[in-house]
Design a protein around this ligand. Structure first.
Ligand code: DGL
Length: 278
């Protein structure tokens, strides 16, 4: 298929659960002509406390599933999978593929004034050291301070976005970074933008929050433009259902109602599939 024939194909986006919807939402906003196939691995979330091998195996299955849906490009909308699986997958992926780490790292390196950047994420993302590596490539003297926040993902998945419990846990997790004098904080897990307000309240206005979703969508746009894959066709009115398709590995109804609170288009259905078969 030449690139012109591929322009109308969807972009594949995946995460361990609902977190990647913050990236999908941004792609919808910045590129309203694009179609999306989203997969949330709701049966196997969280990824953040699993081994590199497991996260890689899960991610490879999902990439095979997305390719079976004829996607023209893939966005790994999960920091943990970007850290653990992307470097291997991109070596043999037949379509362009990007993650969320590089775009987030670039933004943070651009906006920090004091060169002290905090990164919060899953234990896997923080211990991989991938943000430090990416930031130091741009800003060699930067001090990057990581903090794993393992309770945030279940709190987000439980819908406790602005709850006093979440705020108290955020205080405990973030105090140390505040004491170190960071001026920039990367939300290094795609679930965290959903509790951005609580995090912002805890760190105060002197710390700039970086949500890699925005930059990731921008990078996707540049990538599609470079590869001549941008869709030029505006979707028909009222076609959200066919433009955006959602798949999960479990709890389709719970996912659908969550997705509807995150994305403004009415998501009418989410389909459950057996991801282990891919
Ligand atoms: N949303 C994912 C991330 O960005 C992972 C959360 C999890 O499954 O632990 O890392």
């Amino acid at each position: 298929m030449n690139s012109e024939n591929r322009q109308h194909l969807p972009v594949g986006v995946f995460d361990s659960g609902i977190g990647g919807l913050t990236v999908a939402r941004e792609i919808m906003r910045q590129m309203p002509n694009e179609k999306i196939v989203y997969f949330g691995d709701t049966a196997r979330v969280p990824y953040g406390n699993k081994s590199r091998e497991t996260v890689r195996k899960y991610s490879e299955q999902i990439v095979r599933f997305l390719l079976s849906q004829e996607v023209k490009a893939i966005v790994v909308a999960c920091n943990t999978a970007s850290a653990y699986a992307l470097p291997e997958i991109e070596k043999h992926c037949p379509v362009p593929i990007i993650g969320v780490v590089e775009p987030g790292a670039k933004t943070a390196a651009d906006i920090t004034k004091v060169g002290r950047i905090g990164v919060i994420g899953t234990s896997a993302t923080v211990s991989s050291g991938i943000y430090t590596e990416c930031i130091r490539r741009i800003l060699p003297d930067a001090q990057v301070l990581g903090r794993a926040c393992p309770l945030f993902v279940p709190l987000v998945e439980e819908g406790l976005w602005e709850d006093p419990v979440t705020e108290e846990i955020a205080r405990r997790y973030l105090q140390e970074l505040m004491d170190e004098g960071i001026d920039t904080l990367i939300l290094g897990c795609t679930h965290y933008p959903l509790i951005r307000r609580t995090i912002g309240k805890v760190v105060g206005e002197s710390v700039q929050l970086v949500n890699p979703a925005y930059e990731t969508a921008r990078e996707l746009q540049q990538l599609l433009a470079r590869e001549d894959l941008l869709s030029e066709e505006a979707p028909a009115l009222g076609s959200a259902e066919s433009q955006y398709r959602f798949f999960v590995s479990d709890m389709a109804e719970k996912f659908r109602s969550f997705a509807n609170s995150i994305i403004k288009y009415g998501i009418l259905s989410a389909k459950m599939i057996h991801i282990e078969q891919y």
